[in-house]
Design a protein around this ligand. Structure first.
Ligand code: PMP
Length: 404
């Protein structure tokens, strides 16, 4: 039995009220809440061993360095990454993707092709467009169906020996679709293209084995998986990370500096310029410990139950349409009601203490595809309950009766 009551006790924020009502937090795809166990680690860091890392001989610096590097090992174990120096701490997925896109501008040339999926977050589109502009590379789009699934036949046809790079999210933040990334990776490798998978939305729900996937790059943001904001990781295969040039210059990323020439540090420090989010990295490790103690399998089974229940209940509301009905999806429901702007529904839900996201969810091309201005997105985590789903459904019904 998945003990959601016990789990909820770990999250102090779930006890608060919003607009006089108990908070119903259904914006987990934007950011997840933080359990006390992770908050304690953050408090402990600033209370007891706050210091800069990797360079101090003093005890606090050693302690902070050890904990920060232990967290890297936890990330390595969690994602089954071959070598810990294949993990670069970043400020999150956006930073990680920009790092790779910047690096690829050194070896892409006019006429090379790069492929993006039709259901990407802006952070997995814009850096590549900037790269394409700089290099004359051609950006092509893997289309999707009305169900919100990628058209894999079209993908195969787009691949050729001109394709240098494919980038795609593991899970769509706007629709919840789980993409067939193993097939995407394998097919790209057949033509010699590298693959970057944006794992920001998958990592909170799916424990991925990055060695088995044989992916070239994988990105994660800690704040979507019970960790703090401003920290995440870029996984890159060692040979790729050795090939890519550094992204930012500064302290920490050098071997030797003179005014004539600088040589760079070994991996992963070559990509970790400046003082990092030390506390964030340590707390990221603690968040992985927390989630693994509950278990990803039982969490995702429970989330699937919530998803199915919420889908059934919401569809009972006349005029409500769900976008993204893929067979494989995470616990995200993007919907609209005929004749009502999503923002108006979100505003009324907020008055009722229910937090959802409204708008284009940083995925405007998806909204253009469906010819809508945006959606209301309810995204469920393992600490949500069926009672909260009922409150959402009642709230949506109420919004509908007020607005129509
Ligand atoms: N990709 C996806 C699929 C996302 O959902 C998000 C966050 N909404 C990002 C990338 C960007 O993540 P971050 O803002 O943490 O860099």
């Amino acid at each position: 039995m998945f003990d959601v009551k016990k789990i909820r006790n770990d999250f102090p924020i779930l006890n608060r009220k919003v607009n006089g009502r108990p908070l119903v937090y259904l914006d987990n795809a934007a950011t997840s809440q933080t359990p006390q166990q992770v908050i304690n680690v953050i408090v402990d860091y600033y209370s007891n061993y706050n210091a800069n890392i990797h360079r101090g001989v003093h005890a606090l610096s050693q302690e902070a360095t050890d904990k920060y590097e232990q967290a890297r090992k936890k990330i390595q174990e969690h994602f089954n990454i071959g070598k810990s120096h294949e993990i670069v701490y970043t400020s999150g997925t956006t930073h990680a993707i920009n790092l790779v896109a910047n690096g690829f501008s050194s070896f892409l040339k006019q006429g090379d092709e790069i492929l993006v999926s039709a259901m990407e977050h802006h952070s997995n589109i814009v850096p590549w467009q900037m790269l394409a502009e700089r290099t004359g590379t051609i950006l092509k789009v893997i289309p999707m169906s009305l169900d919100g699934e990628l058209e894999m036949d079209a993908y195969e046809q787009l691949l050729s020996d001109k394709t240098k790079l494919v980038f795609c999210n593991h899970v769509s933040n706007a629709l919840g679709t789980i993409n067939p990334i193993q097939e995407i990776i394998d097919k790209a490798h057949e033509v010699g293209a590298a693959v970057l998978i944006d794992g920001a939305q998958a990592a909170p729900h799916i424990k991925s084995d990055l060695q088995a996937l044989n992916v070239d790059f994988y990105t994660v943001s800690a704040h979507k998986m019970c960790g703090p904001t401003g920290v995440g990781m870029l996984y890159g295969k060692e040979e790729w990370l050795n090939t890519l040039p550094p992204y930012q210059g500064g302290g920490e990323m050098i071997a030797e500096v003179t005014f004539e020439k600088t040589t760079y540090a070994d991996l992963p420090h070559k990509f970790e310029a400046g003082t990092p989010n030390i506390c964030g990295g340590i707390a990221f490790g603690a968040a992985l410990d927390y989630m693994n103690a509950i278990g990803f399998e039982s969490m995702s089974e429970y989330e699937k139950e919530l998803l199915d229940y919420a889908t059934e209940k919401l569809l009972e509301i006349e005029g409500l349409k769900i976008y993204g009905t893929a067979k494989d999806k995470t616990s995200v429901i993007s919907f609209n009601i005929d004749g009502i702007h999503p923002y108006d529904i979100g505003t009324i839900l907020d008055k009722l203490g229910i937090a959802v996201r409204t708008g284009h969810h940083c995925a405007q091309p998806i909204m253009d595809f469906y010819k809508i201005p945006g959606t209301v997105r309810a995204s469920f985590s393992f600490y949500n309950t069926k009672e909260e789903v009922d409150i959402l459904v009642e709230g949506v019904q109420r919004a509908k009766s007020m607005l129509l």
